[in-house]
Design a protein around this ligand. Structure first.
Ligand code: GLY
Length: 422
């Protein structure tokens, strides 16, 4: 099977490594990729927002399967263009990708499917902002304001705060730049990311994971695209994944089919495990980053075969997934000043070891690997349990040098120490 992966993050690097382990995959390409992915796959330059350009590249490479990593091309309909060119594509249509691209659409689908989620309101008129803020957040029983960009914002459009002035300032700045604001009630309880391979009404869950969105230890500082993740979740009781699939993901997949927007690809349920059970924080239409780096490190099933089955409507015939025992922990190495205005162009050493996945990296003409984005590397450690996986990840990240870089020191720590309770 000849596979083309679209994207340039550590998530795509993890996808390539999983695909490379599959004996059925005999040619692997990536566009546009980064300094790390070039060592794993043939690398091509392409405008990933152009369906025509991606479909043309896939035709030139005689790809059997295109796997689209990021949400932006999916929301723009790049998967539709690939399918129209007669090539199997892992990734939803533009129509189905609205589950991530439009929070209002997602809320409507969830309401119709009877799925628990946060109460919400879209504000697009600054004159209505103050009254809307009064309906959400303290002092009315909620423990925080949750203010989101109603469109795509790579995780950074979200502010969760107990400070009304900060909530207001974020909402006002989104409105000033022409972005409608979504206010949500705060869902209390530990978060779970559950990735499901979906093809119409067939749903296959991967291992549950948890990510760390704030930049600093103990969940301090602003939200980021994700600073680390681990899988599986030792504190999640048996049966909760089945309950999430049966009560949340399957009803949403069925509702999308009913609306003529059948989903094919990776449906990512971001959930809070509240005292009343799981509730949806958000749906995404693609693999999450950095959870993918941990989840795929434990997958034994052939990845190419699984994604091809979903892309061709044959997921229901696939055997159950096989997983390695143990745990995986991912720690993100971020550039100086991330998430504000990350410094780029610094030389990185030690980034070519096993377990180091690249995101914001380029290779310079002189051969040096240099930083080119905010989240630069994902370092993945595996072990018999979370403590062993943490030790492996932190030993590896400490061997890497990037001036001014930073990482969280507490990824998976509370779970490893048994401090997460429901
Ligand atoms: N882990 C957060 C995201 O991928 O959106």
């Amino acid at each position: 099977m000849r596979v083309l992966v679209i994207g340039s993050g550590a998530r795509e690097h993890a996808l390539l490594l999983a695909l490379r382990r599959d004996p059925e995959v005999d040619a692997l390409a990536i566009a546009p990729g980064n300094a790390g992915t070039a060592a794993v796959a043939d690398q091509y330059d392409v405008d990933i927002t152009s369906g025509e350009a991606v479909a043309k590249l896939a035709q030139k490479l005689e790809s059997d399967l295109v796997v689209i990593g990021p949400e932006v091309p999916l929301v723009l309909g790049v998967a539709d263009a690939v399918r129209s060119a007669g090539i199997a594509c892992f990734g939803p249509t533009k129509d189905a990708a609205r589950i991530e691209g439009s929070k209002a659409f997602a809320k409507d689908v969830m309401a119709a499917a009877g799925v628990r989620t946060a109460r919400s309101e879209v504000v697009d008129n600054p004159a209505r902002l103050d009254a809307a803020l009064d309906r959400f957040g303290p002092p009315g029983g909620e423990s925080a304001w949750v203010v989101k960009d109603d469109g795509l914002a790579a995780g950074k459009g979200v502010v969760v705060t107990t400070d009304r002035a900060a909530a207001r300032a974020h909402a006002a700045s989104l409105l000033d730049s022409g972005h409608p604001v979504l206010l949500e009630s705060f869902l209390d309880g530990p978060e779970v990311s559950l990735f499901c391979v979906v093809d119409g009404e067939s749903v296959v869950p991967l291992l549950p994971a948890q990510d760390f969105k704030r930049v600093g230890d103990n969940d301090s500082g602003p939200n980021t695209g994700g600073m680390g993740a681990y899988a599986p979740l030792p504190w999640l009781p048996d049966g909760v994944v089945t309950r999430i699939v049966d009560d949340i993901v399957k009803p949403v997949a069925a509702e999308l089919v009913k609306r003529g927007s059948s989903f094919s690809g990776l449906l990512y349920a971001g959930l809070a495990i509240t005292s009343q059970g799981p509730a949806v924080v958000e749906f995404n239409c693609r693999f999450g980053d950095p959870e993918t780096q941990s989840v795929l490190a434990l997958l034994e099933t052939s990845m190419g075969r699984l994604l091809f089955a979903a892309a061709t409507g044959a997921l229901a015939d696939e055997p159950p997934l096989q997983w390695r025992d143990g745990a995986a922990v991912t720690v993100v190495l971020a550039a100086e000043n991330y998430p504000a205005r990350p410094r780029v162009g610094d030389v990185i050493t030690g980034s070519e070891a096993d377990g180091v996945l690249h995101a914001g990296t380029n290779r310079r003409d002189d051969g040096a690997v240099v930083s080119s984005g905010g989240r630069v590397l994902s370092v993945v450690g595996t072990g018999t349990d979370l403590s062993a996986a943490r030790d492996a990840a932190y030993a590896l990240i400490k061997s890497i040098r990037l001036p001014g870089s930073h990482f969280r020191s507490d990824i998976a720590l509370a779970a490893a120490e048994g401090r997460i309770t429901l």
